[in-house]
Design a protein around this ligand. Structure first.
Ligand SMILES: [Fe+2]
Length: 276
């Protein structure tokens, strides 16, 4: 099964500005850097990478989960770092909803970032990292034209699941990873930002090689090109593209039991892949 988002690679028009923002203001540790690339490691299990390109960008949307008890501390850290918090039309910055609260801000390329906390997530399972207290990357936004088709493909091919479905906006979930399958005609809150599909590589962490083999068989049946690499550090990672997005499935050490221990609703009832 997919356990979490292991990585996200985005394009940038200024590696220097990205470094000032993520290292300087958010204090994410830099784990590698070359002339045109930089990678940050906000948590043990997630790497955020940027590749410098000479082309226009479409901003992405991502959300970091923090412990409910640390939410105010994360907000203070952003304010102390001089990060501009975005406002809703009624001028509030923090949104409180039935299961938690969140805030939004933007990076140096205009990517829409979110800090979110849910009161049902059990604390003390994944350590909150850095000044922002990040436990894991919860959301990556995937705007598409054909919302239903893409949602159903993620469910049938990658075994993601939904709790609630609409024709314009869906959380398609496995483990801690929430892929937001949203219409390109529906704008991102809270600033009514156009949902343009960003160029990105989404890496899903998976629990075992058998899952990768299973997906590979399905991709073959669907005639979707894919590649299995044999680099030492990512043995058996599967690369493929669908609907304009690049994906990788990477075997990792993220325990399959963690999502259930965190009390994520779908994980509590979810059978392991081996039982399917
Ligand atoms: Fe979000």
């Amino acid at each position: 099964m997919i356990t979490h988002f292991a990585g996200l690679q985005l394009n940038t028009v200024s590696k220097q500005a990205i470094k000032q923002f993520y290292q300087g203001q958010l204090q994410f540790p830099v784990v590698s850097e070359s002339d045109h690339e930089i990678s940050f490691q906000p948590t043990e299990h997630f790497t955020l990478s940027f590749t410098e390109v000479n082309e226009p960008l479409s901003p992405a949307h991502i959300a970091f989960e923090v412990p409910f008890s640390e939410f105010d501390c994360s907000v203070d850290a952003l304010r102390n770092a001089g990060v501009c918090l975005l406002r809703w039309p009624d001028s509030r910055e923090i949104d409180e909803f039935e299961t938690g609260k969140n805030i939004y801000f933007r990076d140096s390329d205009g990517n829409l970032l979110e800090i979110i906390a849910h009161h049902y997530i059990k604390e003390g399972i994944l350590p909150p990292r850095g000044v922002l207290k990040v436990m894991y990357l919860r959301e990556i936004g995937l705007p598409v034209e054909d919302v239903v088709g893409f949602r159903e493909w993620l469910k049938s091919t990658l075994q993601l699941q939904t709790i609630k479905e609409t024709d314009t906006f869906n959380f398609v979930i496995s483990g801690t990873a929430h892929a937001i399958v949203t219409s390109i005609h529906r704008r991102w809150v809270p600033i009514a930002m156009m949902a343009l599909p960003p160029r990105m590589v989404v890496s899903f962490g998976v629990s075992d090689q058998r899952f990768i083999e299973h997906v590979r068989t399905l991709l073959e049946k669907q005639g979707i090109e894919h590649m299995l690499d044999d680099l030492e550090c990512t043995e058996g990672a599967l690369h493929f593209a669908f609907n304009g997005y690049h994906f990788r499935l990477v075997p990792t050490q993220f325990a399959q039991t963690l999502p259930a221990m965190l009390n994520l609703p779908l994980s509590r009832a979810k059978d392991a892949f081996s039982n399917n």
